[in-house]
Design a protein around this ligand. Structure first.
Ligand SMILES: Nc1ncnc2c1ncn2[C@@H]1O[C@H](COP(=O)(O)OP(=O)(O)OP(=O)(O)O)[C@@H](O)[C@H]1O
Ligand SMILES: [Mg+2]
Length: 372
């Protein structure tokens, strides 16, 4: 049934395709105006897209757009010799928009010119599904971190596949990845110096100069795999919807992370201890009509202070009406509903991606000194 539904939603190709972009969208991402784009086109040194059949408009494919953004945003690109910045999106609470946040972050950063590796560590495979793959039918073990976790592989490269989205490669997940929850502790029993928490981190070493950003989506639990994702990360994003219960479980997340960090630091061979370049709390799925919202927002802001990102993602119907499980706002080619609703959602996600990009650029530029 899932296969049939996907076929219908993604008709006629039955596979995902990335949207195309107008001159105005390209100009906005490059931080210039449309007139400048027309001028630059006369130099013929960047992709020129194609004109619509009526000749009225120019359309750019995603790889063309990315060539432009890399050129115009050169100051924000990864400096030579610096490693990829790894970001884990986590919260032990389910349904707080972790996967949606991971996907828009990967898409938004790639639109800005970065090369992204997305890693799905959740056996539910939701991030994999958003990339247009069906976890049960189309994902085999060698496309996931399972062989890394059971020790058959020690370098993630075997699992990387390209996706429908230029600029995002994927390490997928599927239900059999639950086996990692047994494989990781079993390895530790066999081999006492195995460091079960450092398996993903070590597996990523070989690709840190191939990508600019690595985005890891995590399951809604404190599992062995989640610990690996957090341990591999330079930065953490915790989406929290402003509801009392979600707030309470996000507080548990930080408490457990701190306990665990102190514990593992003690046991690690690497005596420098675990540091993060940035930690961000993101208010997600904010329903401005909810009467409890202002109070909970206040709790979140006074608890997390400057760790709370100065942007809120509104609860939106942009992706919930049609292919909710298969698309984000950045997949929408032409929104059928109200332009205002669409703009509000895109503006919020754009602001979020810009803020995280600032943290990434900051991590590249100083390396030390900004750690928390
Ligand atoms: N801003 C938003 N407005 C409305 N719906 C949203 C928004 N963000 C996410 N959703 C929807 O909320 C649901 C849960 O989102 P998502 O899968 O991203 O959460 P999650 O934290 O990854 O869940 P899980 O814990 O199961 O992994 C999805 O159906 C998603 O489409
Ligand atoms: Mg998820």
């Amino acid at each position: 049934m899932v296969e049939q539904i996907r076929g219908r939603l993604l008709a006629p190709e039955a596979r995902k395709i990335a949207p195309t972009y107008s001159t105005a969208q390209l100009a906005a991402l490059c931080g210039v105006d449309k007139a400048h784009v027309s001028y630059r086109l006369t130099k013929e040194d960047l992709p020129s897209g194609r004109l619509t059949p009526t000749g009225g408009k120019r359309i750019f494919e995603l790889p063309e757009l990315r060539a432009w953004t890399r050129t115009y945003r050169a100051d924000k690109m990864r400096p030579a010799g610096r490693p990829a910045v790894t970001i884990a999106v986590g919260n032990f609470k389910g349904g707080v928009a972790k996967t949606t946040t991971s996907m828009v972050l990967a898409q938004g950063l790639s639109l800005r010119g970065h090369r992204v590796l997305a890693i799905d560590t959740d056996p539910q495979g939701s991030l994999t599904t958003l990339h247009g793959l069906l976890p049960e039918a189309e994902v085999s073990e060698d496309m996931t971190i399972a062989p890394l976790c059971d020790g058959a592989e020690d370098d993630i490269r075997y699992a990387i596949r390209s996706t429908y989205w230029d600029g995002i490669d994927l390490v997928a997940a599927a239900p059999f990845l639950f086996s990692a929850e047994f494989a990781l502790p079993a390895r530790q029993m066999r081999q006492s110096d195995a460091e079960f928490w450092n398996v993903l981190n070590a597996g990523l070493d070989s690709v840190r100069d191939l990508y600019d950003v690595i985005v890891i989506d995590t399951p809604p639990s404190l599992s062995y795999v989640t610990i690996n994702a957090l341990w591999a990360a330079n930065g953490i994003v915790v989406p929290v919807p402003p509801s009392g219960l979600d707030f309470a479980s996000s507080a548990q997340f930080w408490a457990l992370l701190a306990d665990l960090g102190a514990n593992l630091d003690e046991q690690s061979k690497d005596r420098r201890g675990k540091h993060f370049d940035f930690l961000h709390v993101l208010l997600s799925r904010v329903d401005s009509a909810d009467p409890a919202m202002p109070a909970v927002r206040q709790w979140i802001q006074s608890t997390y202070g400057e760790f709370t990102l100065p942007v809120e993602i509104p609860k939106t119907s942009v992706t919930s009406n049609k292919a909710a499980e298969f698309a984000t706002v950045y997949d929408v080619q032409k929104y059928e509903g109200s332009a205002k609703t669409y703009k509000r959602a895109v503006d919020a996600y754009d602001a979020f991606v810009d803020l995280v990009e600032q943290s990434i650029v900051g991590a590249w530029s100083d390396g030390a000194g900004s750690e928390v």
